[in-house]
Design a protein. Sequence first.
Length: 146
Amino acid sequence: MDLNAIEILLVEDNPHDMELTLRSLKKHNLSDKVFVVEDGAEALDFIFATGAYAERIIENSLKLVLLDLKLPKVDGLEVLQKMKSDKRTKSIPVVVLTSSKEEQDIITSYKLGVNSYIVKPVDFDKFFHIVADLGLYWLLLNQPPY
């Protein structure tokens, strides 16, 4: 997989949610340019082209980051904060896709610059459709500034 052709970064540590997300994106032909990382530290390495991803070109911007909040190593809020405070990655849309309904998580996410905050539905079909709608909107309908 060409890491410079990646359009969606999925940051998810739950294997079940990861599988559902990838299945939904695949059904809508959006999965061929998805890269998955399972913790916040790896997400930062990928986004900023450091560590194992140092050969990736950071200017080949992602079109979307689907970000869970409760992650090992570095939590999603820290990933969001670092992305939105760096001029190279500030304009990349970030959608928090999490199980957290905590009001403080929602408020903090928006203060840090998240583009959308979605609580993962427990129902399989609803989850499947939400991910498909997110992918279609952010990749096909949304007009980014670059």
